[in-house]
Design a protein around this ligand. Sequence first.
Ligand code: PEP
Ligand code: MG
Length: 312
Amino acid sequence: AERDIGLDWNGSGSTADGHPVAVLANVGSVTDAQGAVEAEAQGVGLFRTEFCYLVAADEPDVGTQRDVYAEVLTPFAGKPVVVRTLDAGADKPLSFLAPGTEPNPALGVRGVRVSFDRVGVLDRQLAAIAAAAADSGAEVSVMAPMISTASEAAWFAERARAAGIPRVGVMVEVPAAALSIRDILEAVDFVSIGTNDLAQYVFAADRMLGTLAGLNDPWQPALLRLIAMIGRAGAEFGKPVGVCGEAAADPWLARVLVGLGVTSLSMVATAVPTVGSALAEYSSADYRRAAEAALAAPDPTRAREAVHAALG
Ligand code: PEP
Ligand code: MG
């Protein structure tokens, strides 16, 4: 039944002039993976592995991890899946890794930062992902959360490649990473913008606080200007730039993101048919015009209005 909201979504994202844009799903469980298949997502742009372990008391061993990952990956045999290494800490404490006792957890030892002192946990997870990739036949990439510098990106890429994973990327969700994007793109095969955290850190506004939702609005021109920088750098290096934050699920904003140079969009599965259909309605040139209009706007409301006007 859910599929029928898909309008004319045919499982293959592109603009009206045939420029491909992969429309992917965010998943955190086997159930989510089934939902992504039903929505005809072209693959998975973000597998949040920490969601598998929110209630785990101890680190799951390699075999246990491999089994869970393989179950999520198998429905995507032959399709791209980006597996994110554990993003523990902040709003997602894991009792065996980042128990959540810091005064400022969003600014603390979270994401890839946890790995620097616990490198064995990362290496065991990478081994499990590599094994699950081989079992499933999915085209697996890995990426690290909360990368802040190019040297962190290079450090992660080296470990992931040593584990036998051929495609390695990082999330861009810390403003410093966006500002170092060219150096980061030297070190990795692709990047994926996490607009939820990037907005939080750009605006110094806790993403969990409803009272600050206006600052965390992904239509904020300052956020879009950073995304434009990343899109330009990706085009220059010929490397993919995804968006996997909630912003990608808004069909009008998805059009703007494509105009900013984003090459894939990953979202909650239920949004896949709507966004996939929405992208097919206008051309790449239209999206570039819409993006210019959004970048020039003084605030989110006027950015939305300007984009609606630009696309008429
Ligand atoms: C993000 O920050 O936008 C993101 C996709 O990661 P998460 O929501 O899991 O922090
Ligand atoms: Mg994030």
